[in-house]
Design a protein. Structure first.
Lengths: 333, 207
């Protein structure tokens, strides 16, 4: 078994060398993925929003300090930066900043009390709204409350830790590039799980090295590029589009045949939104083949049948041959 | 007569054992299901053992090819084009008819002719066509990151896999027939005995 260990080490070193800035980090950068999205969208609130983005849209801002009577240049705290391109490509691009934030923010300098304002959660806007009924936000909320992430609410976990309101966009159900969707969705998890600074904000646990933790997984790199973390780390719920019940690590899927089988769970999760039309070339779970290939899940019924006929045929010929040999032997003696 | 030198016998037994492991674990990977997690072997151990046996088989194959170049063993596989079809038919006719009529073997085993024409062609096809294709496609599946992702709009991995399982299937069929024809010696066990001791006892039949 040493051979596999050596092979895995070579693979990890190879992948790490080419993709990782430091060991334990991950190849996908959300900003890179989003940067590709250049949209020509023009917001009806562009002018209003620009008043905020003038300072909050960049790392460095400047303002006139009336007390000092001069222009002051300063660095914007990274948490308060909203990248304009990302915002106008996101799901909330139609919003005015003051739809969610107090209108008091229009005044500058901002009142210190405003920082204490209660932030909205997804359910505050999306819950009980017929327009969003098909997305079952109430069910998402219920699932989230059962998830392992919910336990960290007191430490500050909220919807926004995964779904940045200023940049998040739905990908899996309307993307035509599944690999990009996978990378985007995984980057959400890795934003904390491979960034110890972010991770420490929510827990006192030791740093997790995602690559080391998944060393048991054969062809790790291929898996990381071909499936989302949530395929194994969450429980599928058919009434919501994407599972939100994140499981503790002890309950994560570890049996290969959960995916590598004819009734693969991938069909209920990652491939849920792909065309329902079955391919006519006889492949089980053929829709996976448009993007990937999963041993055990992508057998071909025609090849199965042909091989079975050939095998039974060969056994039949051998059986007949044996019968003739027995007959000849009986005649001889 | 002494027909099978030690290196051939060792190669043969390793090849056979590895191939058995590969068939069992290959079927296990292809046909495991969620409910009955182990078709024969569970998926995870099947992957490990399949990889292990595949590496062993590949190394063993290199030894086989090198051995055939470096010793006289390679000569036994040389097929003459002259009377190629006639000789094949003669051998086939013997297996399907002649042997039941008490006819003599058309190509008895000698020190210069270890294999009959049917053996020659099947061994050459198996060892120099199917096994190399099986190994190459297997490497493609072992390192999916080096396999081309798209080939004329179709996943490169599925094409590699179809080639792999097709070759695996043909070689499995070959193995079944090979083992059966090995019972066609003087006694059903004599040819197996020969492959263990190295000595071929009969000049009548052989697999």
């Amino acid at each position: 078994m040493k051979l596999f260990r050596i092979r895995n080490i070579i693979l990890v070193v190879f992948i790490s060398f080419f993709t990782l800035p430091s060991y334990g980090n991950f190849p996908f950068k959300k900003a890179d993925l989003l940067a590709k999205d250049t949209t020509s969208f023009v917001s009806p609130f562009e002018e209003d929003n620009q008043r905020c983005l003038k300072c909050h849209g960049q790392e460095r801002y400047q303002y006139t300090n009336e007390t000092l009577g001069r222009e002051v240049k300063a660095i914007m705290c990274s948490e308060r930066i909203v990248h304009k391109e990302e915002f106008y490509a996101s799901n909330h691009k139609n919003f005015s900043c003051t739809d969610c934030h107090s209108a008091e923010y229009v005044k500058f300098p901002h009142s210190g009390e405003l920082r204490m304002e209660q932030k909205l959660n997804c359910i505050d806007c999306h819950g009980g709204d017929e327009k969003f009924a098909q997305y079952h936000f109430e069910e998402i909320e219920a699932e989230y409350q059962k998830s392992t992430h919910f336990k960290m609410e007191e430490e500050g976990f909220s919807c926004w830790k995964c779904h940045n309101p200023h940049s998040y966009k739905i990908t899996v159900r309307n993307s035509d590039n599944l690999k990009e969707t996978i990378a985007y969705d995984n980057s959400i998890c890795l934003n904390c799980h491979s960034n110890f600074d972010h991770f420490q904000l929510l827990t006192d646990r030791e740093e997790i090295n995602v690559i080391q933790k998944h060393e048991w997984l054969p062809n790790q790199a291929a898996h990381f590029k071909s499936v989302r973390c949530i395929e194994c780390h969450s429980r599928v719920n058919d009434s919501i589009k994407v599972s939100h019940l994140l499981l503790p690590k002890t309950e994560a899927v570890k049996r290969c045949n959960e995916c590598h089988s004819q009734n693969s769970i991938l069909m209920a999760s990652l491939y849920k939104f792909e065309s329902k039309a079955q391919r006519r070339d006889g492949f089980f779970n053929g829709i996976i083949l448009n993007e990937s290939y999963v041993i055990g899940a992508n057998r071909n019924e025609y090849l199965n049948l042909i091989s079975l006929i050939l095998f039974v045929g060969v056994l039949g010929v051998i059986a007949v041959h044996i019968l003739f040999r027995i007959r000849k032997n009986n005649k001889t003696y | 007569m002494y027909l099978y030198p030690k290196w051939i016998r060792v190669w043969h037994v390793v090849n056979g054992l590895m191939f058995l492991i590969l068939i069992i674990t290959g079927l296990s990977m292809q046909y495991t299901d969620k409910e009955n997690a182990s078709f024969v072997v569970g998926f995870a151990p099947a992957v490990k053992w399949h990889n292990f046996a595949a590496i062993m088989l590949t190394v063993n194959y290199i030894i086989f090819v090198a051995g055939n170049f470096l010793t006289t063993n390679g000569q036994y596989y040389k097929t003459s084009r002259e009377n190629f079809l006639e000789d094949l038919l003669k051998q086939l006719k013997y297996y399907s008819w002649g042997m039941f009529q008490g006819e003599k073997h058309p190509f008895p085993v000698t020190e210069k002719r270890k294999f009959n024409p049917l053996q020659k062609i099947t061994y050459v096809l198996a060892m120099y066509v199917a096994v190399p294709l099986l190994i190459i496609s297997g490497i493609g599946l072992l390192f999916p990151e080096i396999t081309i992702t798209k080939f004329f709009g179709v996943s490169g991995l599925i094409l590699t896999d179809i080639l792999h399982i097709t070759m695996g299937f043909f070689l499995s069929i070959f193995m079944v027939i090979h083992i059966y024809t090995c019972t066609l010696g003087d006694k059903p066990t004599s040819l197996f005995h020969g492959m263990i001791t190295g000595y071929h006892k009969s000049e009548e039949h052989h697999s």
